[in-house]
Design a protein around this ligand. Structure first.
Ligand code: NDP
Length: 294
């Protein structure tokens, strides 16, 4: 299959079905680990009660339940000082039953999330977002790839979209999505352009993309006329509309008429982001067994 193909109607990439498949494969790996008396464990730290974070966390706990991974959530009050967050982090770093740790973002504004995150033990950084993990990603040696871009790659591979030698455009340059996304596409042979708020004539770039990833946070920024016929369009954005509904960064109805593949919001990248956190946790548990003294 080629990266771009005939113009739409696009194949809608089903992130819920893809995540279900990942979960099924994980169940077998979790069962195998039971033979070594290890049950993968994922711990999440949540500070405050941001409603969106609560939903994401609930989805992660549910995915753990589905795969047999043990989960624990450590809630701290919204005014918790950095020392309290760090103390929780340190105790989870030392806990042998915990293989993966997630620091649920965003943290309240008085906390420097980026700094706090660097205290996470590298072997438990299943979000892949510490400087150590991101640095390793640059050199192609990341133990854990960041979950959202990893989910995007998994969706593209499952759909049979070729990346090698194709033109990819990533809109958004954050450290958690856009930048690692660009590195991961490049590692798979794509020629990558990164666009952002200072990009002149965004459409001029996006129209050349065989693979277009939107990670911006602006509802329906990517319109049908910005998409190359037959391209694979992956929508990372999650935006709350005034009527309370969710919308992606892509105008789904217009783009599906032009693209070769498109992901919906919700039901696209979101469930795969969650699944990748569990994949990384199971991998961390497997590594802990491999590293046991004989
Ligand atoms: P950030 O706000 O950190 O980054 C947004 C990026 O978009 C920035 O690089 C910014 O440019 C760029 N940008 C803003 N406006 C424009 C514009 N008009 N044209 C081109 N580029 C623009 O967001 P995140 O990367 O954290 O998240 C992006 C989106 O993805 C959000 O909607 C978020 O909710 C969602 N998300 C979804 C996940 C999932 O599981 N599906 C997981 C994580 C995030 P500049 O750098 O110049 O400011």
């Amino acid at each position: 299959m080629s990266a771009s193909r005939g113009a739409g109607p696009a194949t809608v990439i089903d992130g819920v079905a893809a995540a279900r498949e990942v979960h099924a494969r994980l169940r077998a790996r979790v069962a195998a680990l039971a033979g070594s008396n290890v049950r993968p464990g994922l711990a999440a730290i949540m500070v405050g009660d941001n409603p969106a974070s609560k939903i994401y966390l609930r989805n992660k706990v549910r995915a753990c339940d589905e795969t047999g991974v043990r989960s624990e959530v450590h809630g701290l009050p919204a005014d918790a000082p950095a020392s309290a967050v760090l103390a929780t982090l340190e105790s989870l770093n030392r806990d042998a039953q915990v293989h993966g740790i997630l620091l649920q973002l965003p943290l309240p504004p008085h906390l420097d999330a980026e700094r706090i995150m660097q205290n996470l033990a590298p072997e438990k950084d299943v979000d892949g977002l510490t400087w150590a993990s991101l640095g390793a990603l640059v050199t192609g040696r990341a133990a854990y790839e960041p979950c959202t871009p990893a989910g995007v790659i998994a969706l593209l591979e499952r759909a049979g979209v070729v990346l090698d030698g194709r033109d990819a455009v990533v809109v958004g340059r954050s450290a958690i999505v856009g930048k690692p996304m660009a590195l991961m596409l490049m590692a798979r042979g794509a020629t990558v352009t990164i666009c952002h708020s200072r990009t002149r004539d965004l459409a001029d770039h996006t129209r050349r993309a065989d693979v277009l990833v939107a990670a911006v946070g602006r509802a329906r920024l990517i319109t049908g006329d910005m998409v190359k016929p037959g391209a694979a369009v992956i929508d990372v954005g999650i935006n709350r509309l005034p009527d309370g509904k969710l919308a992606g960064d892509v105008d789904f109805e217009a783009v599906r008429k032009v693209a070769g593949w498109v992901t919906p919001v919700p039901g696209g990248v979101g469930p795969m982001t969650v699944a990748m956190a569990i994949v990384n946790t199971v991998r961390a548990a497997e590594r802990s067994v491999e590293l046991r003294p004989a």
